[in-house]
Design a protein around this ligand. Structure first.
Ligand code: CP
Length: 343
Protein backbone atom coordinates (compact mmCIF):
# COMPACT_ATOMS: atom_id res chain seq x y z
CA UNK A 1 0.00 0.00 0.00
CA UNK A 2 1.31 3.43 -0.86
CA UNK A 3 1.74 5.82 2.08
CA UNK A 4 3.91 8.74 1.07
CA UNK A 5 4.20 12.31 2.13
CA UNK A 6 4.50 15.29 -0.19
CA UNK A 7 8.19 15.98 -0.71
CA UNK A 8 9.37 19.53 -0.41
CA UNK A 9 13.13 19.07 -0.77
CA UNK A 10 15.39 21.31 -2.83
CA UNK A 11 14.64 20.09 -6.31
CA UNK A 12 15.07 22.44 -9.25
CA UNK A 13 12.00 24.46 -10.19
CA UNK A 14 11.07 22.08 -13.03
CA UNK A 15 10.85 19.23 -10.53
CA UNK A 16 8.96 20.98 -7.72
CA UNK A 17 5.72 19.62 -6.31
CA UNK A 18 2.56 20.99 -7.93
CA UNK A 19 1.73 24.24 -6.17
CA UNK A 20 -1.70 24.38 -4.64
CA UNK A 21 -2.32 20.64 -4.67
CA UNK A 22 -4.11 19.54 -1.51
CA UNK A 23 -2.10 16.94 0.44
CA UNK A 24 -5.13 15.02 1.70
CA UNK A 25 -8.13 13.34 0.09
CA UNK A 26 -10.33 10.93 1.93
CA UNK A 27 -10.86 8.24 -0.70
CA UNK A 28 -8.87 5.08 -1.20
CA UNK A 29 -10.31 4.25 -4.63
CA UNK A 30 -12.11 6.15 -7.36
CA UNK A 31 -14.88 3.81 -8.48
CA UNK A 32 -17.60 6.35 -9.22
CA UNK A 33 -18.57 9.93 -8.57
CA UNK A 34 -21.67 9.04 -6.57
CA UNK A 35 -19.71 8.80 -3.31
CA UNK A 36 -17.90 12.11 -3.81
CA UNK A 37 -19.07 15.17 -1.91
CA UNK A 38 -18.87 18.60 -3.49
CA UNK A 39 -15.60 19.36 -1.68
CA UNK A 40 -14.07 16.09 -2.97
CA UNK A 41 -14.87 17.06 -6.54
CA UNK A 42 -13.64 20.62 -6.02
CA UNK A 43 -10.39 19.20 -4.59
CA UNK A 44 -9.88 17.20 -7.80
CA UNK A 45 -10.60 20.23 -9.99
CA UNK A 46 -8.32 22.51 -7.94
CA UNK A 47 -5.54 19.91 -7.98
CA UNK A 48 -5.99 19.56 -11.74
CA UNK A 49 -5.41 23.33 -12.04
CA UNK A 50 -2.07 22.82 -10.26
CA UNK A 51 -1.32 19.92 -12.62
CA UNK A 52 -2.07 22.14 -15.62
CA UNK A 53 0.71 24.39 -14.35
CA UNK A 54 3.09 21.40 -14.29
CA UNK A 55 2.06 20.53 -17.86
CA UNK A 56 2.92 24.07 -18.99
CA UNK A 57 6.50 23.85 -17.69
CA UNK A 58 9.39 23.70 -20.14
CA UNK A 59 10.08 20.19 -18.88
CA UNK A 60 6.67 18.85 -17.93
CA UNK A 61 7.83 16.48 -15.24
CA UNK A 62 7.59 16.32 -11.46
CA UNK A 63 8.74 13.46 -9.23
CA UNK A 64 5.64 13.61 -6.99
CA UNK A 65 4.86 9.92 -7.63
CA UNK A 66 8.40 8.61 -7.90
CA UNK A 67 8.41 5.02 -6.62
CA UNK A 68 4.71 4.53 -7.38
CA UNK A 69 3.71 1.92 -9.96
CA UNK A 70 0.54 2.52 -12.00
CA UNK A 71 -0.89 -0.46 -13.86
CA UNK A 72 -3.31 0.34 -16.69
CA UNK A 73 -5.46 -2.74 -17.20
CA UNK A 74 -7.80 -2.25 -20.16
CA UNK A 75 -10.22 -4.99 -21.21
CA UNK A 76 -11.96 -2.66 -23.69
CA UNK A 77 -10.67 -0.36 -26.44
CA UNK A 78 -9.63 3.16 -25.47
CA UNK A 79 -7.66 6.00 -26.99
CA UNK A 80 -8.15 9.01 -24.71
CA UNK A 81 -8.46 7.43 -21.28
CA UNK A 82 -5.60 5.00 -21.62
CA UNK A 83 -3.16 7.43 -23.23
CA UNK A 84 -3.94 10.19 -20.76
CA UNK A 85 -3.56 7.91 -17.72
CA UNK A 86 -0.23 6.75 -19.12
CA UNK A 87 0.97 10.30 -19.67
CA UNK A 88 -0.43 11.44 -16.31
CA UNK A 89 1.56 8.76 -14.49
CA UNK A 90 4.75 9.51 -16.43
CA UNK A 91 4.56 13.28 -15.89
CA UNK A 92 4.28 12.60 -12.15
CA UNK A 93 7.32 10.33 -12.22
CA UNK A 94 5.46 7.05 -11.66
CA UNK A 95 6.35 3.77 -13.35
CA UNK A 96 3.51 2.96 -15.74
CA UNK A 97 2.70 -0.49 -17.10
CA UNK A 98 0.01 -0.98 -19.75
CA UNK A 99 -1.84 -4.22 -20.31
CA UNK A 100 -4.87 -5.18 -22.37
CA UNK A 101 -7.02 -8.30 -22.01
CA UNK A 102 -5.83 -9.48 -25.38
CA UNK A 103 -2.28 -10.79 -25.16
CA UNK A 104 -2.49 -11.30 -21.38
CA UNK A 105 -3.08 -14.51 -19.41
CA UNK A 106 -6.80 -13.65 -19.40
CA UNK A 107 -6.78 -15.37 -22.80
CA UNK A 108 -5.62 -18.54 -21.03
CA UNK A 109 -8.60 -18.40 -18.68
CA UNK A 110 -7.17 -16.44 -15.76
CA UNK A 111 -9.92 -14.86 -13.63
CA UNK A 112 -10.17 -11.13 -12.92
CA UNK A 113 -9.43 -11.71 -9.24
CA UNK A 114 -6.30 -13.75 -10.02
CA UNK A 115 -5.16 -11.17 -12.56
CA UNK A 116 -5.53 -8.37 -10.00
CA UNK A 117 -3.65 -10.40 -7.37
CA UNK A 118 -0.89 -11.07 -9.90
CA UNK A 119 -0.58 -7.40 -10.80
CA UNK A 120 -0.43 -6.45 -7.12
CA UNK A 121 2.26 -9.10 -6.53
CA UNK A 122 4.29 -7.54 -9.34
CA UNK A 123 4.13 -4.25 -7.45
CA UNK A 124 1.14 -2.22 -8.66
CA UNK A 125 0.24 0.57 -6.27
CA UNK A 126 -2.59 1.83 -8.49
CA UNK A 127 -4.70 -0.28 -10.85
CA UNK A 128 -6.54 1.71 -13.51
CA UNK A 129 -9.18 -0.59 -14.94
CA UNK A 130 -11.54 -0.48 -17.90
CA UNK A 131 -13.87 -3.45 -18.21
CA UNK A 132 -17.00 -4.31 -20.22
CA UNK A 133 -18.81 -5.53 -17.08
CA UNK A 134 -20.31 -3.03 -14.66
CA UNK A 135 -18.86 -3.59 -11.19
CA UNK A 136 -15.53 -5.16 -12.28
CA UNK A 137 -13.40 -2.41 -10.65
CA UNK A 138 -15.41 -2.84 -7.42
CA UNK A 139 -14.45 -6.53 -7.44
CA UNK A 140 -10.82 -5.57 -8.02
CA UNK A 141 -10.97 -3.14 -5.09
CA UNK A 142 -12.35 -5.86 -2.82
CA UNK A 143 -9.54 -8.26 -3.70
CA UNK A 144 -6.53 -6.00 -3.70
CA UNK A 145 -4.93 -3.45 -1.41
CA UNK A 146 -3.85 -1.37 -4.42
CA UNK A 147 -5.76 1.81 -5.19
CA UNK A 148 -8.30 1.09 -7.94
CA UNK A 149 -9.45 3.68 -10.46
CA UNK A 150 -12.47 2.92 -12.62
CA UNK A 151 -11.63 3.93 -16.20
CA UNK A 152 -15.08 2.87 -17.41
CA UNK A 153 -17.06 -0.25 -16.43
CA UNK A 154 -19.82 -1.46 -18.73
CA UNK A 155 -22.66 0.99 -18.80
CA UNK A 156 -22.18 1.83 -15.13
CA UNK A 157 -19.64 4.62 -14.56
CA UNK A 158 -16.73 6.61 -15.99
CA UNK A 159 -15.72 8.89 -13.12
CA UNK A 160 -12.59 10.48 -14.57
CA UNK A 161 -14.51 11.44 -17.72
CA UNK A 162 -17.11 13.19 -15.58
CA UNK A 163 -14.40 14.96 -13.59
CA UNK A 164 -12.64 16.19 -16.72
CA UNK A 165 -15.99 17.32 -18.12
CA UNK A 166 -16.65 19.25 -14.89
CA UNK A 167 -13.15 20.75 -15.10
CA UNK A 168 -13.77 21.84 -18.70
CA UNK A 169 -17.17 23.32 -17.84
CA UNK A 170 -15.82 25.17 -14.80
CA UNK A 171 -13.06 26.72 -16.89
CA UNK A 172 -15.55 27.79 -19.53
CA UNK A 173 -18.52 28.83 -17.38
CA UNK A 174 -17.01 29.65 -13.98
CA UNK A 175 -19.12 28.61 -10.98
CA UNK A 176 -21.43 25.86 -12.22
CA UNK A 177 -24.17 26.38 -9.62
CA UNK A 178 -27.45 27.17 -11.38
CA UNK A 179 -26.02 26.67 -14.90
CA UNK A 180 -27.94 24.44 -17.30
CA UNK A 181 -26.55 21.53 -19.30
CA UNK A 182 -28.32 19.23 -21.75
CA UNK A 183 -26.98 15.70 -22.31
CA UNK A 184 -28.24 14.33 -25.60
CA UNK A 185 -28.57 10.92 -27.24
CA UNK A 186 -28.02 7.43 -25.92
CA UNK A 187 -28.34 8.15 -22.21
CA UNK A 188 -29.47 4.63 -21.39
CA UNK A 189 -26.19 2.96 -22.34
CA UNK A 190 -23.88 5.80 -21.35
CA UNK A 191 -21.62 5.43 -18.33
CA UNK A 192 -20.43 8.96 -19.11
CA UNK A 193 -23.95 10.35 -18.71
CA UNK A 194 -24.48 8.54 -15.42
CA UNK A 195 -21.25 9.76 -13.85
CA UNK A 196 -21.84 13.24 -15.22
CA UNK A 197 -25.28 13.39 -13.65
CA UNK A 198 -23.61 12.81 -10.30
CA UNK A 199 -20.69 15.17 -10.78
CA UNK A 200 -22.63 18.05 -12.31
CA UNK A 201 -25.66 17.97 -10.01
CA UNK A 202 -23.30 17.77 -7.02
CA UNK A 203 -21.71 20.98 -8.33
CA UNK A 204 -25.16 22.55 -8.59
CA UNK A 205 -25.88 22.30 -12.33
CA UNK A 206 -29.36 21.72 -13.68
CA UNK A 207 -29.14 18.63 -15.89
CA UNK A 208 -31.58 17.68 -18.64
CA UNK A 209 -31.26 14.26 -20.30
CA UNK A 210 -32.62 14.26 -23.85
CA UNK A 211 -33.20 11.37 -26.22
CA UNK A 212 -35.78 9.06 -27.69
CA UNK A 213 -37.87 7.36 -25.03
CA UNK A 214 -36.11 4.05 -25.73
CA UNK A 215 -32.70 5.56 -24.92
CA UNK A 216 -33.66 7.42 -21.76
CA UNK A 217 -32.92 5.80 -18.41
CA UNK A 218 -35.64 3.98 -16.54
CA UNK A 219 -33.86 3.19 -13.27
CA UNK A 220 -32.50 6.51 -12.04
CA UNK A 221 -33.57 5.72 -8.50
CA UNK A 222 -32.01 2.26 -8.42
CA UNK A 223 -28.98 2.62 -6.18
CA UNK A 224 -25.97 0.46 -7.05
CA UNK A 225 -24.96 -1.70 -4.08
CA UNK A 226 -21.74 0.19 -3.41
CA UNK A 227 -23.34 3.60 -3.18
CA UNK A 228 -25.50 3.72 -0.08
CA UNK A 229 -26.60 7.24 -1.10
CA UNK A 230 -30.01 8.55 -1.89
CA UNK A 231 -30.12 8.41 -5.66
CA UNK A 232 -33.21 10.52 -6.19
CA UNK A 233 -32.01 13.20 -8.58
CA UNK A 234 -34.21 16.26 -8.20
CA UNK A 235 -32.30 18.40 -10.66
CA UNK A 236 -32.41 15.88 -13.52
CA UNK A 237 -35.13 16.37 -16.09
CA UNK A 238 -35.97 13.84 -18.83
CA UNK A 239 -37.01 15.25 -22.20
CA UNK A 240 -37.71 13.81 -25.66
CA UNK A 241 -37.87 17.13 -27.53
CA UNK A 242 -34.33 18.45 -28.10
CA UNK A 243 -35.45 21.76 -29.58
CA UNK A 244 -37.36 22.53 -26.40
CA UNK A 245 -34.67 21.24 -24.02
CA UNK A 246 -31.76 23.11 -25.59
CA UNK A 247 -33.49 26.50 -25.30
CA UNK A 248 -31.20 28.81 -23.24
CA UNK A 249 -28.80 26.02 -22.20
CA UNK A 250 -25.31 27.02 -21.01
CA UNK A 251 -23.77 23.79 -22.30
CA UNK A 252 -24.71 20.80 -24.42
CA UNK A 253 -23.08 17.39 -24.46
CA UNK A 254 -23.61 14.93 -27.30
CA UNK A 255 -23.26 11.22 -26.66
CA UNK A 256 -22.37 8.44 -29.07
CA UNK A 257 -24.84 5.63 -29.75
CA UNK A 258 -23.27 2.81 -27.71
CA UNK A 259 -24.07 0.07 -30.20
CA UNK A 260 -21.70 -2.37 -28.52
CA UNK A 261 -23.92 -2.29 -25.41
CA UNK A 262 -27.32 -2.41 -27.16
CA UNK A 263 -29.17 -5.68 -27.09
CA UNK A 264 -31.98 -5.31 -29.57
CA UNK A 265 -33.27 -2.47 -31.73
CA UNK A 266 -33.67 0.84 -29.90
CA UNK A 267 -34.13 3.09 -32.94
CA UNK A 268 -36.39 2.95 -35.99
CA UNK A 269 -33.45 4.25 -38.07
CA UNK A 270 -30.18 6.12 -37.72
CA UNK A 271 -31.50 8.77 -40.08
CA UNK A 272 -34.50 9.41 -37.84
CA UNK A 273 -32.25 9.63 -34.76
CA UNK A 274 -29.98 12.16 -36.46
CA UNK A 275 -32.94 14.21 -37.66
CA UNK A 276 -34.32 14.54 -34.13
CA UNK A 277 -31.19 14.53 -31.96
CA UNK A 278 -28.13 15.68 -33.91
CA UNK A 279 -26.57 18.88 -32.55
CA UNK A 280 -26.59 21.21 -35.53
CA UNK A 281 -25.70 24.91 -35.86
CA UNK A 282 -29.45 25.64 -36.09
CA UNK A 283 -30.10 23.90 -32.79
CA UNK A 284 -27.10 25.58 -31.14
CA UNK A 285 -28.69 28.91 -32.06
CA UNK A 286 -31.44 28.07 -29.55
CA UNK A 287 -28.93 27.65 -26.70
CA UNK A 288 -27.44 30.57 -24.78
CA UNK A 289 -25.10 32.64 -26.94
CA UNK A 290 -21.60 31.14 -26.70
CA UNK A 291 -22.87 27.97 -25.04
CA UNK A 292 -20.24 25.25 -24.69
CA UNK A 293 -20.34 22.07 -26.81
CA UNK A 294 -18.92 18.91 -25.27
CA UNK A 295 -18.54 15.33 -26.43
CA UNK A 296 -16.62 12.65 -24.52
CA UNK A 297 -15.51 11.03 -27.77
CA UNK A 298 -15.15 9.11 -29.90
CA UNK A 299 -17.51 11.17 -32.07
CA UNK A 300 -19.64 9.95 -34.94
CA UNK A 301 -19.85 13.17 -36.90
CA UNK A 302 -23.04 13.45 -38.91
CA UNK A 303 -24.89 11.19 -36.46
CA UNK A 304 -25.09 12.75 -32.98
CA UNK A 305 -23.14 15.92 -33.85
CA UNK A 306 -22.66 17.91 -37.05
CA UNK A 307 -19.04 18.39 -38.14
CA UNK A 308 -19.49 22.20 -38.09
CA UNK A 309 -20.44 22.06 -34.43
CA UNK A 310 -17.86 19.44 -33.43
CA UNK A 311 -15.05 21.63 -34.77
CA UNK A 312 -16.69 25.03 -34.39
CA UNK A 313 -15.91 28.00 -32.16
CA UNK A 314 -18.08 26.75 -29.32
CA UNK A 315 -16.56 23.28 -29.23
CA UNK A 316 -14.66 22.18 -26.12
CA UNK A 317 -14.01 18.67 -27.46
CA UNK A 318 -10.24 18.98 -27.92
CA UNK A 319 -9.87 20.82 -24.63
CA UNK A 320 -11.76 18.01 -22.90
CA UNK A 321 -9.13 15.56 -24.14
CA UNK A 322 -6.27 17.83 -23.08
CA UNK A 323 -7.80 18.39 -19.63
CA UNK A 324 -8.00 14.62 -19.21
CA UNK A 325 -4.26 14.50 -18.54
CA UNK A 326 -4.35 17.08 -15.74
CA UNK A 327 -7.47 15.61 -14.16
CA UNK A 328 -6.01 12.09 -14.20
CA UNK A 329 -2.77 13.44 -12.74
CA UNK A 330 -4.88 14.95 -9.96
CA UNK A 331 -6.68 11.67 -9.30
CA UNK A 332 -3.44 9.65 -9.17
CA UNK A 333 -1.86 12.25 -6.92
CA UNK A 334 -4.78 12.54 -4.50
CA UNK A 335 -5.28 8.79 -4.18
CA UNK A 336 -1.64 8.02 -3.46
CA UNK A 337 -0.70 11.13 -1.49
CA UNK A 338 -3.92 11.80 0.38
CA UNK A 339 -5.62 10.37 3.46
CA UNK A 340 -6.94 7.56 1.27
CA UNK A 341 -3.36 6.40 0.75
CA UNK A 342 -2.94 5.54 4.41
CA UNK A 343 -6.35 4.02 5.24
N1 CP B 1 -14.15 9.15 -23.61
C1 CP B 1 -13.47 8.00 -23.58
O1 CP B 1 -13.54 7.22 -22.61
O2 CP B 1 -12.70 7.78 -24.69
P1 CP B 1 -11.81 6.49 -24.94
O3 CP B 1 -12.75 5.31 -25.10
O4 CP B 1 -11.03 6.78 -26.20
O5 CP B 1 -10.91 6.28 -23.75
Amino acid sequence: MVARTVRTDDRPAEAAEPDGAPAAWGHRHLLDVDVLAREDIVAVLDTAEAMEEVLQRRVARTPALRGVTVFNLFYEPSTRTRASFELAGKVLGADVINMTGSGSSVEKGESLIDTVATIRAIGADVIVMRHPSGGAPYLAAQHSDAHVVNAGDGLHAHPTQALLDAFTLRRRLGDLAGKRIVLIGDIKHSRVARSNVWALTTLGMEVTLVGPRTLLPTGLNAAPPASGRDLSLPRVRLEEDLDRAIEGADAVMALRLQRERMQGAFLPSLREFSRRYQITPERMARAREGAAVLHPGPMNEGVEIAADVAHGMQSEVERQVAHGVAVRMAVLYLLTQGVGAAT
